[in-house]
Write a protein that binds this ligand. Sequence first.
Ligand code: R5P
Length: 311
Amino acid sequence: MKLLAGNSNLPLARAIASYLDLALTDASVRRFADEEIFVEINENVRGEDVFVIQSTAAPANDNLMELLICVDALRRASAKRITAVLPYFGYARQDRKPGPRTPISAKLVANLITQAGANRVLTMDLHAGQIQGFFDIPTDNLYAAPVMAADIQARFANENLMVVSPDVGGVVRARALSKRLGNVPLAIVDKRRERPGESEVMNIIGDVEGRFCILHDDIIDSGGTLCNAAAALMKAGAVGVVAYISHGVLSGGAAARVQGSALRELVITDSIVATPAVAEASKIRSLTIAPLFGEAIKRIADESSVSSLFD
Ligand code: R5P
């Protein structure tokens, strides 16, 4: 087995390698003067089971291209099996046509990864589970929920917990977390999005009075959804609100927005490298998913069950 890291999330790739007690494959992924990406693998990979670790977070297009070029280099170097490991799968929110004459970019990205030569995909908390079906190659979708549930139980076990989905689309995900926490009650924020990047809270479905609310979602981007939801929950009588979010996209001024919000804490994972603003934000804490990915990679290489990781 070999692990190859793109440049998008080297700290996570190194942590996964350390979990597996492996060195990262010697390769250079660099730029020509005109910004074209060039990849050179400096060791033999013929007949190897290779895992390419690359989150397609910002700059999404550069990181995606880097992944495609790495996969192409491995295919031409006769790797036996290539798994694209995307702790964060960018473009996932473009999974349907929101209107006429618009693309389904998540499907396009899935096609590109497959056509480049990937034999399988390993990712985590896809925006919608059915995106797995966009790939005609085996795709494993891991869940950060067990890592989050352990953290919640360690810190907030004595609170009057309630899991809250910040929108109707996230109810299945929130229910799964509530189940892991021993079937704590569930509430839903009915959110309407007027324009991309802006959200408006409408109603809260469920009684949050006196509850310590755990908001749970797949992505925090501008922070609008969560910060508005946290304010609405406090207004409705919650005693405190924390958020557990799988992917800290946190673009633009999101970290500052979180700092100034009613959220007591935002907990994300290291699927995306923290920007300096995120790393410095006292309300934002990160949980590592390196052991989760390390274990899944080990099981894929051993041809053993990945789903049993979540039993
Ligand atoms: C959307 O359905 C996602 O699950 C997130 O709620 C959304 O991407 C968060 O975006 P923002 O932080 O910009 O409100």
